[in-house]
Structures are given as C-alpha cells and as structure tokens.
Design a protein around this ligand. Structure first.
Ligand code: BDR
Ligand code: CA
Length: 310
C-alpha cells in the first residue's frame, strides 16, 4: 500500500476524507497530524481521534501540531463547521491516546526514516505543520513522494474572501513555503470540490447503509449543508477534502494541468489567493498539477463503496 500522512483540521469533510483513507487497503496511514484551522488545535486533535475510533482504528497514531499560523492570528470557521468543528451527531470523548510527540517532529522523523520517495503527504487544512517541518528540516523535502492537498481556487475564486480559499488564507506564508519547496504537488482547488456536491440522493445513500459510519457521514453532510447551500445556491454542498484521498485511489476521475501557482501574501484584497497561471501567461515554471475537473458520480460511487466497508 501507498504510505500517507494526513495533515488535517477536522472538519466534517476532513472526517469523511479520513474515513475514506482508513477504508481503503491501497493506503497505509502512517499517522494523522492535526493542525489549527476550522477550529483551534485541541478540538482538531480530538476530532481526528473520534474519527479513527468511528472507523474502528484506535491504533492510528494522531499527533497535535501547530496551534497557530506561522505569523498571523488564527482564523477559524465555526460558522461552517460548528463550535466543535465536527458538529452534527454527538460524539463521545475519544478513548485512544494523543501521541506525545509534536506533529512536526513526527513528519520530520517519518520522512527521514522511510525510504526516499515513499511517503505522500495529504494536507487538508492550513499548511502550517508542513511548512514548519520543511523550514526546520529541508533535507526531508526531496524525500517526499508527492503532496496532494486541498486548497486554493482559480475560476471558482474564494470562499473566505472574494479572492482566497480558507486553507490557504489561514496561513498564506506556510502555503508559499510549500508551493516554493520543489516537492511534487497536486492541488484540489475549489474548482474541483464545487463539482463534488452532496446532493440528496448521494447523502441518502450513506444513510441507507445502516452502519454507524454511514449515518455519521450523512449527518455531518446534513450539518454543513445548511450553511453551504444557502451560500452557494447549489444542490448540495461541496465535499472538499475527500477529493485528495480519491485522487490517490482513482486518479482517472480527475483532470487538470501542470501550471505555475504562486501564493499572494501581501495583497490588500487578495491575501491567500492562489495565483494560478492556467493559461501559461507568466512564463514561470510549473510547480503544481492543478486539478480542474472531477467525474462527480464516479467520485461518490467510490466514496459510497468504501464507506460501506467500515
Ligand atoms: C477547506 O476549508 C475547510 O473549511 C474545509 O475542511 C476544507 O479543507 C475548504 O475551503
Ligand atoms: Ca479541512
């Protein structure tokens, strides 16, 4: 199986991404690193463990990482995800332990210990943990197999400001470090995730499984939909973060372009914008595979089939 580390700020859609990974034998989750984002760090570190327990995997190692962006105050998204970050169905306090090590140390030690090019990083929150690890231990950068991240936007522009997507906006300096790192990067921007919509039929398919994970996925999506449908006027809400895991399982569901992406860190109105050179007008070298389209029915078929296994 392909070795991955999920770097996350759960988040209902993060939770679904974690479940998808844990349900998939093609992937070996070496660890889950929590970061501050949708809600503060103590809650994301707790929620990540709740999700592992829900998947029947209390053996997964969960680490707490950075509790604030590199050089800014944390911006959170309780207005989308609720007070706990995982509002919707009530969850008990997790029984599995939080690891003692810091998430950044775990990232550095794991990338040094595993064979070069054998570990894929899956960031689905702000990039603070990854950037901190890269800054502290640049020797790990060439050892990364691939970074597959959810963040940014091009045609779909922003969801937290008119120009910026939440994960990049929260810590643009961290995103700039990661995009300049030279590691191979695949990006799932809003352009893709806004095509992966939780329509009624798709949500009911989760509920109809009659399993605890199926019911949770249905209730989580019900919860954040209330906000997103009103905001976007779409049928269903974008299910952002599971796109990252689906790419690892079935890349033929997606299509995109290798382009140059720079991160705006100093804009008056555009801080956190992913300046994505889709038409190749800048002459700057490509540094990312920017995904633009997804077969949404195929994506939900995969997700439903996998969640049903839990
Ligand atoms: C991203 O922001 C978070 O609220 C979601 O979990 C996702 O990672 C979407 O902009
Ligand atoms: Ca997230």
């Amino acid at each position: 199986p392909r070795k991955i580390i999920i770097d996350t700020d759960p988040g209902q859609d993060d939770a679904v991404a974690i479940l998808l990974a844990l349900a998939s034998p093609e992937l070996e989750v070496l660890g889950i690193t929590a970061v501050a984002g949708n809600v503060p760090l103590p809650l994301t570190a707790r929620n990540a463990r709740n999700v592992c327990e829900l998947a029947g995997r209390p053996d997964i190692k969960v680490f707490a990482g950075c509790d604030a962006p590199l050089s800014r105050k944390l911006v959170t998204a309780e207005h989308v995800h609720g007070k706990t970050g995982l509002d919707g169905p009530a969850l008990p306090d997790p029984k599995m332990p939080l690891q003692d090590a810091h998430a950044v140390d775990f990232l550095i030690e794991t990338l040094r210990a595993e064979a070069p090019g054998s570990v894929t990083l899956c960031p689905i929150g702000p990039l603070t943990n990854i950037a901190t690890a890269f800054r502290r231990a640049p020797d790990i950068i060439p050892r990364v197999q691939e970074i597959v991240l959810m963040g940014g936007a091009y045609f779909e522009v922003g969801n937290i400001t008119p120009a910026a997507e939440f994960n990049i906006y929260v810590d643009p300096e961290a995103a700039a470090i990661v995009f300049a790192s030279g590691a191979p990067i695949t990006v799932m921007p809003l352009d893709v995730t806004h095509k992966a919509l939780t329509t009624r039929a798709r949500v009911e398919a989760f509920r109809a499984m009659g399993t605890e994970p199926g019911r949770m996925v249905a209730e989580w999506t019900d919860f954040f939909e209330r906000f997103d449908i009103a905001k976007y006027g779409s049928e269903g809400a974008p299910l952002h973060d599971p796109c990252v895991i689906a790419w690892l399982l079935q890349p033929d569901l997606f299509s995109g372009r290798r382009i140059n992406v720079e991160i705006e860190t100093k804009g008056t109105y555009t801080t956190g914008m992913t300046v994505a050179d889709w038409w190749g007008v800048s002459g700057r070298p490509a540094n990312a595979l920017f995904i633009g389209d997804v077969d949404a029915d195929g994506f939900f078929r995969l997700l439903t089939e996998r969640i049903a296994r839990l």
